[in-house]
Design a binder for this molecule. Structure first.
Ligand code: NAP
Length: 354
């Protein structure tokens, strides 16, 4: 079309559905596509986004597998198409009444330099960014999906009270580092588990956890938990599952509470590992609550009211692991499943247009 402005569009394409541990070679990067910088004239309620940051999230493992358990049809990926996930983007063009050129948004996008989103279902799928005095990358984590999840777990699902003894697993990650800091602000004793010495040091020396341990170096997880919780655990924020969960069940107090956010240790296994200590749920009258962030879009404004002052005062800090370039996205995503990320894993794609 005469006068049409086009741009190169580097894309991360899913090669085939993934089973087992995801590999970089399950995806490939194309550099030969171009995109028109206008929403097609006949397409209503669409936005053309320039992606600034892409978020690597464990749940993306479920989106790239061939499964009937389709959590969310707007997110599900098909081979030959760009993978989908959360990101921070700038609106380049829009036929949607709620979004205009230049708006900054966070929400569901595709792993490309530019994404044409034709299925904006509500303002909760692309949230407008109003607070720009904090790093924009925070909207992939602290002020994005991970933050909403952490606040939902902390404030709605299993709110700890002052003095509670709290355990957080995957504690240095996108969600865990926030849960731990929120629980400290609430006056709890907080212990984190993580997979390296550097992560343990981070938890104790920068993020304010009372204690932390490297679960990979503990031959006896039950003994490790008894060391940190001689009287038992009041609240466990569960992110990993498997052997740690089994040991946690032995160490919960009567009427203890478990917020089941995720179980990353199980996502790539052909079958879930069996748990030996499930009887403890009855013996100890445990309350176990599963939850998903998707049920908590309504708490985002309240969460921002809670967290933004703490960020500005430096009372909540957020550790990010930012890789540069969309072509490095596949390795960053895959690295979540071996603990390669040090903090929230982000892919920087482009700076915003001012
Ligand atoms: P993250 O902690 O930033 O990254 C994943 C971390 O998981 C890795 O760094 C690694 O840390 C740990 N890990 C990987 N494989 C493991 C294994 N086999 N055993 C134990 N730990 C392992 O990720 P996140 O975004 O904060 O997510 C944390 C959990 O919350 C995940 O289970 C995720 O699915 C869940 N989640 C749920 C919701 C929801 O709505 N319910 C939303 C967001 C996230 P180490 O080096 O410490 O092992």
């Amino acid at each position: 079309m005469a006068g049409e402005v086009v741009a190169r569009n580097k894309r991360v394409i899913l090669k085939d559905y993934v089973s087992g541990f995801p590999k970089v070679s399950d995806m490939y990067v194309t550099t030969d596509s171009t995109v028109s910088l206008k929403v097609p004239a006949d397409t209503a309620n669409a936005v053309l986004l320039k992606n600034l940051y892409l978020s690597c999230d464990p749940m993306m493992r479920f989106l790239i597998m061939n499964s009937q358990q389709k959590m969310n049809k707007y997110l599900y990926c098909t081979p030959g198409s760009p993978i989908r996930g959360y990101g921070v983007s700038q609106v380049v063009d829009s036929s949607h009444p709620e979004y205009k050129q230049g708006d900054l948004v966070w929400g569901l996008t595709t792993w490309e330099e530019y994404s044409l989103i034709t299925d904006v279902v509500s303002e909760t799928s692309l949230v407008k960014i109003h607070h720009t005095d904090v790093p924009l990358s925070y909207y992939t984590g602290l002020l994005g999906m991970a933050g909403k999840t952490a606040y939902a777990g902390f404030s709605q699902v299993c709110p700890p009270k002052k003095g509670d003894k709290v355990l957080v697993s995957a504690a240095s990650g996108a969600v865990g580092q926030l849960i731990g800091q929120f629980a400290k602000l609430a006056g709890c004793y907080v212990v984190g588990s993580a997979g390296s010495k550097q992560k343990v040091d981070l938890l104790k020396n920068k993020l304010g956890f009372d204690e932390a341990f490297n679960y990979k170096e503990e031959n006896d997880l039950d003994a490790a938990l008894k060391r940190y919780f001689p009287e038992g655990i009041d609240v466990y924020f569960e992110h990993v599952g498997g052997k740690l969960l089994d040991a946690v069940l032995l160490n919960m107090k009567d009427h203890g509470r478990i917020a089941v956010c995720g179980m990353i240790s199980q996502y790539n296994l052909p079958e879930f590992e069996p748990l030996k200590n499930l009887l403890q749920i009855g013996f100890k009258r445990l309350n176990i609550h599963g939850f998903t962030h998707r049920d908590y879009n309504h708490i985002v404004p309240k969460y921002y009211e809670f967290v933004l002052p703490y960020i500005r005062e430096g009372k909540i800090v957020y550790v990010e692991d930012i890789v540069e370039g969309i072509e490095n996205g596949p390795a960053a995503l895959v690295g979540l499943f071996t603990g390669r990320n040090f903090g929230k894993q982000v892919v920087a794609v482009a700076p915003p247009q001012t």
